[in-house]
Structures are given as C-alpha cells and as structure tokens.
Design a protein. Structure first.
Length: 318
C-alpha cells in the first residue's frame, strides 16, 4: 500500500504519522510544505515584490507546485491525506486528487478560524478534531493523537506549572493565572514563541523562569519542557473547541492539566482529579490541585488515543 501525507508541518507533529505508517510496512511519504524555503535572497526579494505590487504569493505557488512534482516521483497513491487543506488552492487539489483513489482530509483547526468550505467537496472523507464542525458538517470526529511513549509518573518536578505556546492574546490570561500561582507560593516556567516576543525582551520580562523567543522550539525538545512541571497549562484560542496536542502529551507524560477548553469534560479520559477546567474568572484555581498525584487512565482508554490507533482509524487499516 502507498500513502502520502501532505501538510504544513511547522511543529513536526505530522511526521509521526508517516513514521508509524512506515513501521507498519506501508510505503509512506510526507510532503511537508512548512519546510519549503526560498532558494536564496534574490528569490525572497522577488516574492516580497510580487506580494506587494502584483498581489501574488510566489512562495505559495512554488510550494503547491512542489506537491505535484513530488507526486510525479512517488506515483499513484492508494490514499492521500491532506492536513488543513484550506492552505492549498482548489486548482491544485483537483490535480492532487488525480494521484489517488481515496482523497481524505484532517482538520485540526476549526472552520471558524480557518475556513475551508471552498475545497471540502473534493474529499472522499473528512476528519475533524472540532465537535461543533463535525456535528454541523457531517465530518468524522477524531482527536489529535498521543505520539509519545508512555512515561512513568514522577512527582518530583522542578516546577508546579509549565506553559509553552505562541505569542498571542492568550498571554493576558496567562499573566492572571501566574498571579494566583505566585500567591500560592508555587513555581512556574513558561516559554513564549513568536516574532513579537522582542517587545517583552525589551521590557525586561525575560527571567530564569520565563523565556520569550523568536526561535521556534524544536519538536523533540517539547516533552523535555513539560517533564519539568507537575501541571501543564493548556490555553486555547477563541473559537477552538478541539483538543490541542498538549492534552495528549500530558497523557503520555502523566501530567495533570489546567485548561480553558470546557469540551474536554465530554471525553472518556476526563478525570477532574487530573484535569481542571478553568472558570472564566479563574476563581476555581486552588492550591490543592497541585498537591494531589496524577491518577492513571485505564489501559483501554489510553490506547484509544495513541497514534497507532489514530492511523488505523483514518486510513482504515486492520
């Protein structure tokens, strides 16, 4: 069987899908558009000029052409999975679809945040991590996946709370939570990634227990950050109802979670002793949550959310 995964894999989560497929003996390929770079400075300048004056993004066109060039090399595929397909123009989807008999999509952003209605009719099946979108549009609901090996519970951690995320509006909530953490006499650590983080660096926000950086954290380093904390903070953006990868990283690392995503209570792995769902006013954050130990999940529930199970479900493998 031949399977190709097409995605903008900026954080290298999607590469795990291909790796698992290959371990199953499947001829699997990954076309990672997020890794595409301009060949040189001249190409970068040309693209900038084109976007400003011609309203054409040459880099986007070249990325999309890369898909077709790669598929010509790989040949006909039994299945092609496109993750977040809204980033590819319809005309390219029509060409990509010619290379497979089963064309499927996975949406791990809500349609409210990333509209994709202009291409959804092209797919044989659509999976979504968003319950609202799945109910409204008839998508098959599937969560993100647990890609890490299962760890042993460790109660001796350096920090009580750890947070790793992009620079955005969630910082306002973060700072309010940290005030409470400090009042409890607890320790925290966070890393904020993004182009605008220089503002915080200039204002003196960077310290031993906090980092603002323009440099993206290497994917393999993410678990190392989370292993330092007893509780992982999960703050979702507005109009996001699906579960982030933090939830599944916490599951594998046996970490408790504080989250503002209320939909988590609807899943079978939800345990209020492990997961605290924030009230809007943050009034339910209590020191006692940090003092109790993590409770193991039943094995059958844990296995349900592993990447192996995800791959078998999406690609209809036995």
């Amino acid at each position: 069987m031949k399977i190709c995964v097409i995605s903008f894999d900026f954080w290298q989560y999607d590469a795990h899908i291909v790796h698992v497929l290959q371990k199953m003996g499947i001829d699997a390929h990954h076309i990672n558009l997020g890794a595409y770079q301009h060949k040189n400075l001249a190409a970068r300048i040309k693209n900038a000029f084109s976007k400003v004056f011609l309203k054409k993004n040459l880099k986007k066109q070249q990325r999309q052409q890369l898909i077709l060039d790669s598929l010509k090399k790989f040949g006909k595929q039994d299945q092609i999975l496109v993750i977040n397909p809204e980033q590819i123009d319809r005309e390219y989807h029509l060409e990509i679809k010619k290379y497979t008999s089963r064309y499927i999509a996975y949406l791990y952003d809500s349609l409210a945040r990333n509209p994709a209605e202009h291409v959804l009719d092209l797919f044989d099946k659509i999976f979504s991590f968003d319950k609202n979108d799945s109910e409204k549009h008839g998508f098959e609901l599937i969560t993100n996946y647990n890609y890490l090996p299962e760890s042993q519970y460790n109660k001796n951690t350096k920090y009580d709370l750890v947070y790793l995320a992009s620079f955005d509006e969630r910082l306002l909530v973060l700072y309010k939570i940290l005030e409470k953490i400090e009042n409890f006499g607890l320790k925290y650590f966070y890393v904020i990634v993004g182009k605008k983080t220089w503002k915080k660096q200039v204002s003196g926000k960077t310290a031993a227990n906090r980092t603002y950086t323009r440099k993206r954290i290497q994917h393999k380093e993410i678990p190392k950050y989370y292993q330092q904390g007893k509780v992982i903070l999960d703050l979702v953006r507005e109009n996001q109802y699906g579960l982030s990868f933090r939830i599944f990283e916490a599951m594998a690392l046996k970490k408790k979670v504080i989250t503002n995503n209320a939909t988590i209570a609807e899943y079978d792995f939800y345990n209020p002793k492990n997961i605290l769902i924030l009230k809007d006013d943050l009034s339910n954050i209590e020191k006692s949550f940090f003092g109790s130990d993590y409770e193991d999940l039943p094995k059958e529930i844990y296995e349900k959310y592993t990447l192996n199970n995800w791959v078998k479900t999406v690609f209809e493998l036995q």
